[in-house]
Design a protein around this ligand. Sequence first.
Ligand code: NDP
Length: 327
Amino acid sequence: MIKTKAIQIESTGGPDVLKLVDLGLPAPTQDQIVVKNSFVGVNYIDTYFRRGMYPANLPHILGREAAGEIIETGSNIIEFKKGDRIAYLFGDAYSEYVLLQKIIPKDEVLPPDISDKVGAAALLQGLTALTLIREAYQAKKGDYILVHAAAGGMGLQLCQLLSSLGAHVIGTTSTSEKAALAQSNGAEFIINYTTEDVVEKVKEITNGVGVDAVLDGVGKDTFETSLECVKRKGTLISFGSASGVVPPISISRLSPKNVKLLRPSLFGYITTKAEWDRHSTDLIQLLQNGSLKIRIHEIYPLGEASRAHIDLESRGTTGKLLLQPYI
Ligand code: NDP
C-alpha cells in the first residue's frame, strides 16, 4: 500500500474545512494506473465542492486536474507505461499519489517540451477555453466578444485564443494591474467595472450594436449586464459561478433580442474519445508552438490548499494556481 498525503474535506464550508490527511492507496486493479503527482491544478470547481454547491460523498478528496509520472500500471493498460509523464482530468487530484481508472481516457502523455507544471496548469482551463470558443460559440475574425474576469485563469487563455482568431476582445477586470495583464494577453478593450459602466462602454465600443458573444464565468453578479451587452441574435455563455449561482430566469427574457443562452460544462464537450483527442491534441500544439502561454499565479505547497482557495475566492489572483506535493 502506498502512503499518500491528500487534502480532504469531512464537511463542507469555508477554506478551513480543507485538511491535510495521511491515507493509504490500495494496489491498482488491472484497469488502473498509479500516478505520482508533481503539480495539481486548483480550479474554481474545487471551491464549489468544498462549499457544498456541488454534491460529493464525504469524506471527499478535492481536485480534478494534475500532472505527474506513472509509477505503476495494471495488466490491462496498454496506452501507458511506467515512467510516462501525463496530465489528466478527474481523480482525487489534491494528493501526492492517485489511482486513475482507465475506462474513458481523460489524460494525455506529455511531450518532452511540455513540463508537468504547464501540463497541470493548462489542461482543464485550456480545454474549457478551446471548447467554449469552438463549440459553445464558434468565434471568428471580426467578432466582438465580452470576456468577464479577463485576467483570471480562464480569462487570460480566452483573451489569447480569441485575439489570435482576429476577434475583438472586450475584457472586464477590477483593477488597473489586471487590465494591463489582460491587454498584454490580447484584450483589445478593457473595462474596469469598479470605475466604468460596462453596458455603456460596450455600447460605445460596438457603436450601439452589442457584442456577438459574452463569455461569463462570474455568474450571479454579471448575468444581467451580460444580457444587456449581447447583441440581437447574439450568444450569452454563462460558464461559471465565481460570484454565485445565476438565479433562475424566465426564457421569455431571451425573446426581445432572440438571444442564445448556454450554460456549458467542459465535460459535455469531451465525452467521446474523438472529442477528447481533437481538443487535447490541439491544446498541446498551441502550447508547443507558443500560441498559448500559461501564467502561473503561485505554486502553493499541498498543505496550503486553503490559502490557495482564499486567494482565488478573494479576487486576488491572476492566471493559474497550482499545488505542489511534498514528494
Ligand atoms: P478566475 O481566475 O477567473 O477567478 C475569478 C475571477 O472572477 C476573480 O479574479 C475576479 O476577477 C472575478 N470575480 C468577479 N466577481 C467575483 C466574486 N464575487 N467572487 C470571486 N471572483 C469574482 O477563476 P478561474 O479562471 O479558475 O474560473 C473562472 C470561472 O470559470 C469560474 O466560474 C469557473 O467555475 C469557470 N469554469 C467553468 C468551467 C466549465 O466547464 N463550465 C471549467 C473551468 C472553469 P476581477 O477581479 O477582475 O473581477
